[in-house]
Write a protein that binds this ligand. Structure first.
Ligand code: ATP
Ligand code: MG
Length: 249
């Protein structure tokens, strides 16, 4: 099972949007995917809540961690945020060991991908995301000084790699909210590529209000409007994750 934490200490850079579209995109390509909403704000849970979360929890007769999972759509499963549960508040103590056990059980249960949406802080929850996953995907907003903002996160990854061997490897940096009319986006991408080379995904996520609308309707863009700029960009990104770079770009 490949496991990836979508993380960046900076807020509002597109972590949740990226996590739900990576997870749903992989599921649409036939992979069995578990998405864990590790942010007590529960944004990922809310952003896909209209896609089938209200169905019976897990598979009938499911036990242990599988009883906590909700089937969202097809092969996409969600472990909702504890903050979004009626019984648990955002202050609920985090059971990191339970989460690590859960990851092992998911693998035994035939899951091929685990995608974790992390909060914009390296608190217990953020740290648990790095501990759970072998790889880390960092969304970075296409804006002035993007590279400086990224350095803090890269230092955090080094700490995670030292503390949890085999975890916290940089899968890549994804540039989000790219405004094509703005020349700064091109400079940001160039700067990131100079510093990180092939670790910067070729796919760029363009700014598209349809992504905001989709989330407000509780759906991914793949359900809401498959042919808008945002959907095409995320589909491109998922293809790059699965098949690697294409030389046509
Ligand atoms: N490509 C995009 N184009 C336009 N709006 C976007 C795009 N990506 C994300 N957004 C919007 O920007 C806001 C922040 O995005 P998102 O919630 O994914 O970021 P985040 O990093 O998870 O935030 P937080 O740090 O609060 O968890 C949301 O309203 C989202 O709908
Ligand atoms: Mg978020």
């Amino acid at each position: 099972m490949r496991s990836v934490a979508v993380a960046n200490q900076k807020g509002g850079v597109g972590k949740t949007t990226t996590a739900i579209h990576l997870a749903h995109g992989l599921a649409l390509s036939g992979r069995r995917v578990a998405l864990i909403d590790l942010d007590p704000q529960g944004n990922a849970t809310l952003a896909i809540q209209s896609m089938g979360l209200d169905e019976a929890a897990g598979e009938s007769g499911a036990e242990g961690v599988f009883a906590l999972l909700r089937r969202v759509s097809g092969e996409l499963w969600l472990l909702p945020s504890s903050g979004s549960s009626r019984n648990l508040g955002p202050d609920t103590k985090l059971d990191t060991r339970g989460l690590v056990r859960l990851s092992a059980e998911l693998e035994k249960g035939g899951f091929e991908w685990l995608v974790v949406d992390c909060p914009p802080r390296m608190d217990h929850w953020g740290w648990a995301g790095l501990q759970l996953c072998q790889e880390v995907l960092i969304p970075v907003q296409a804006e002035f000084l993007a590279m400086q903002g990224l350095s803090q996160m890269l230092r955090t990854l080094e700490q995670a790699q030292a503390q949890f061997p085999g975890h916290g490897e940089l899968m890549g940096v994804l540039v989000t909210m790219v405004d094509q009319r703005h020349p700064i986006a091109r400079d940001v991408v160039q700067d990131l590529r100079q510093n990180l080379g092939p670790k910067v995904f070729e796919s760029l996520i363009f700014r598209d209000m349809q992504l905001v609308e989709a989330a407000s309707h509780g759906k991914t863009i793949f359900e809401y409007n498959l042919f808008c700029k945002g959907a095409l960009a995320y589909a491109d990104f998922v293809r790059e994750v699965v098949h690697g770079r294409t030389s046509t770009r």
